[in-house]
Design a protein around this ligand. Sequence first.
Ligand SMILES: O=C([O-])CC(=O)C(=O)O
Ligand SMILES: [Mg+2]
Length: 582
Amino acid sequence: MKNGESVVDPTSTVGGGVVDVYGEDRATEDHLVTPWTVSVASGYTLLRDPHHNKGLAFTERERDSHYLRGLLPPAVSTQELQEKKLMQSIRDYELALHKYVAMMDLQERNERLFYKLLIDNVEELLPVVYTPTVGEACQKYGSIFKRPQGLYISLKEKGKILEVLKNWPQRSIQVIVVTDGERILGLGDLGCQGMGIPVGKLALYTALGGVRPSACLPITMDVGTNNQKLLDDEFYIGLRQKRDTGKEYYDLLDEFMSAVKQNYGEKVLVQFEDFANHNAFELLAKYKTSHLVFNDDIQGTASVVLAGLVASLKLLGGSLTDHTFLFFGAGEAGTGIAELIALEMSTKTNIPVKEARKKIWLVDSKGLIVCSRKESLQHFKKPWAHEHEPLSTLLDAVKAIKPSVLIGTSGVGQTFTKDVVEAMEAIDKRPVIMALSNPTSQAECTAEQAYTWTEGRAIFSSGSPFDPFEYNGKSFIPGQANNAYIFPGLGFGLVISGAIRVHDEMLLAASEALANQVTEEHYSKGMIYPPLTNIRKISAHIAANIAAKAYDLGLATRLPRPADLVKYAESCMYTPNYRSYR
Ligand SMILES: O=C([O-])CC(=O)C(=O)O
Ligand SMILES: [Mg+2]
């Protein structure tokens, strides 16, 4: 067996023997050869195997040799024609959730076609398989659930997690995205139904980053939910109990992290996703020195926002230290971004991080974070408690602090009111406004509001996508400051270099790579993020920067170091074109 592809058990085949598949794509394992062969089932089983099924695109010869005669209608299609047909039928659905279900069905039926659609139509389909629609899908997951798309590890599996990992059909796993469902986007505790998030994130790992689908493993840890609506819902798919906390919780996570390392080795990346603040920081601190871990909401979001800020300096002039930053929301995203901005300021200007933090202010649900509150603050907020009189509202904070950059990470929609945005504009004629909370319903303001209230002067971006907006005859293209720009390339860079730890300098390197992809043409349109249509190229550059850092820091195990890391990253990327079967 090569490439870590699964081999279907020959004894389980129906209507024929086992056949070989020829492929042209390279994958991200040390021992790969091109072309390669892998044995797959034939006949009816082949049509039911999403990793190898090609539907009507099986050629006449393949239909003969793979016992497919009669199992398919006579027409032979190309992958391009299949793509055209599916895009037409997806566009016919009016509701985004129906498009989502159609895409998930396709992933279940024909994986390569699913990725081909996603890669070729990234701007159109990202909002379908990812934010914002994935949020609605998680809310309704119990009703739309058809087949498991990842591993569920609940309290019932305590003591048996290693065995559970072995039940997953793929062995050669490179990236795991895990959630416990407690803070799904800005939608709160969705318990076991949070599974939609790891599934969506990993689809992006493959489509945007180039990691093989078979190397990706979505996991949901189910420790209960405090969402009473779900507990009362007869279709709820998770444990029907309140969340376990404290030692029980941490023991389960500990067992999971050990089992992952034991089963997949130390080069498997574990991405923590949508954990609640009170666990997210602790889990990252606990495992970052012993495992290859990354928290997307703290680190991925920080990296994408820093890239946007660095790029916006091209429009505004000056450097980061010339700006004052105000955050609304002091959780994972808020404090994660704030810390990375401070680190970047410190790296670029040699001022101590502690000093750099003084340019950055945070507001939480109780108001501006100030020294007089220090004792009652959670540990991750303490570095942001500066000397100031207490202020209870965001508007008061804007007026007093006079920020040039306002960043929303509150998870609460419509909190950048007209007053707040106008106050920003009164301070700075070109305020940077980032409404990062997801999905769209939780965005602090819309693109339309930001542009209208500032008469087109805001440099606006958001976590969820907004359409371009026309104002006074001019078209404005809002940036999507979503970690989707970063984590696929970052993870891919770790994988191709065989990195064993994530280092903060890698986050800066990822930001730099992303900011460098914004061209003069983009700037001339007021854009601070490059278009997502170029995302695979962007990811290759991010991956190359990450790998370079891994080598420089002595954290890479894949030797020798390739001479041209961008080319190497591109050559390792998964491509979804069909392979021909012998
Ligand atoms: O999933 C997204 O779109 C971004 C993200 O990590 C979050 O909002 O938690
Ligand atoms: Mg997240």
